[in-house]
Design a protein around this ligand. Structure first.
Ligand code: XBP
Ligand code: MG
Length: 259
C-alpha cells in the first residue's frame, strides 16, 4: 500500500449540502422562468438524484412526463438552455449564502493543507458551480488550494462511471492507492471504487438509504469518526493504511471496524 498523498473530494453532498436548498431550488426556478409547470419537491428530487448530472436529470424527467417531446431532435439544445438557466440560478443562490460547508470540512481541509497533502476535486456538477461554492464559502483564494478540479462534462460518462476519478488521478500523476476519495452517495462511492480508489463515505441528507458498500468507512459527519471523535488526517491515514484488508472484505467495513 502506498502512503496517502492526496484527498479527492466530491462536492455535492460532501463539501456541502448543496442539493435541497441549492440545486433543487435552482432547477425549479429555471423551470418556472421557462414557463414549465414542472416542480421538483423534496421527495421527487431525492428519487431523481439517482440520475447524476443536471442535464441528464432534466432529460430523464422530460422523457417521463412527455416522451414524444423529449424525443424531438431539438430536445438536447432545449435541455442545454434550461440547464444553463439552472446553473445561473444555482450560482446566485450560492452567492446569497443558501448553502454552507458541512461540519468538519474546513477543519480537515486546513489540516491537510498544513500537512502539504494534495487536494483535488472530482465532481459531477459544473465547474462554475464549484468555483462559486469555494469562493462564497472559503474565499477567493480557496480555488488555488486544489491542484486538480475535475468537474462536469470534462469526461463523457458521469458517476457512477469511474471516468472523473481517473481523469483527476491522471492529472495528479498518482496511482489510485496513493489517494483517498471522500464521497456521500452510492454513485460517488461506486465511481471511486471502480477507479480503484479507497473511499470514505459521509452520508448526506439524501443518501441516508444509499448502499455505500465498498467504502473503507461509512460516517454521518466528518466530526464523528463512528466513536464520537472528529475525523483527522491521522484517522484517514489509519484507514487508508488498511486498504488491502478492507478491499478483501466484500461490502467494505463499518466505521467501528475500520477504526
Ligand atoms: C451530484 C450531482 C449533480 C448536481 C447538479 O453528484 O448529481 O448533478 O445534482 O449539478 P455528485 P449540475 O455529488 O456525486 O458529483 O446541474 O451542475 O450537473
Ligand atoms: Mg455527492
Amino acid at each position: 500500500m502506498s502512503g496517502l498523498r492526496a484527498l479527492i473530494w466530491d462536492v455535492d453532498g460532501t463539501l456541502a449540502e448543496t442539493e435541497a436548498d441549492g440545486h433543487r431550488v435552482a432547477f425549479n426556478r429555471a423551470f418556472a422562468e421557462r414557463g414549465l409547470d414542472w416542480q421538483w419537491d423534496d421527495a421527487t428530487y431525492g428519487r431523481l438524484l439517482a440520475i447524476t448530472g443536471g442535464k441528464e436529470r432534466i432529460a430523464h424527467w422530460w422523457r417521463q412526463v412527455d416522451p414524444a417531446a423529449a424525443a424531438d431532435g431539438t430536445a438536447p439544445s432545449f435541455v442545454a438552455a434550461l440547464h444553463a438557466a439552472k446553473s445561473r440560478h444555482y450560482e446566485a443562490l450560492v452567492a446569497a449564502g443558501a448553502v454552507a460547508l458541512r461540519p468538519g470540512v474546513v477543519r480537515l481541509l486546513e489540516e491537510a493543507r498544513r500537512a502539504r497533502l494534495t487536494l483535488a476535486i472530482a465532481t459531477t456538477t459544473q465547474p462554475g458551480n464549484v468555483r462559486a461554492l469555494l469562493q462564497h464559502t472559503l474565499g477567493d483564494q480557496a480555488i488555488g488550494w486544489f491542484d486538480v478540479i475535475g468537474a462536469g462534462d470534462v469526461v463523457p460518462a458521469k458517476k457512477p462511471a469511474p471516468d472523473i476519478h481517473r481523469w483527476v488521478l491522471a492529472r495528479l500523476g498518482l496511482a489510485p492507492t496513493q489517494a483517498l476519495a471522500i464521497e456521500d452517495s452510492a454513485p460517488g462511492v461506486a465511481a471511486a471504487c471502480a477507479a480503484g480508489l479507497p473511499v470514505l463515505a459521509v452520508r448526506s441528507r439524501y443518501t441516508r438509504g444509499d448502499c455505500l458498500a465498498g467504502a473503507l468507512a461509512v460516517l454521518d459527519s466528518l466530526d464523528d469518526d463512528g466513536a464520537g471523535a472528529p475525523v483527522t488526517l491521522a484517522t484517514l491515514r489509519r484507514w487508508h493504511a488498511k486498504v488491502p484488508a478492507a478491499q478483501a472484505t466484500p461490502g467494505g467495513s463499518s466505521a467501528q471496524a475500520a477504526a
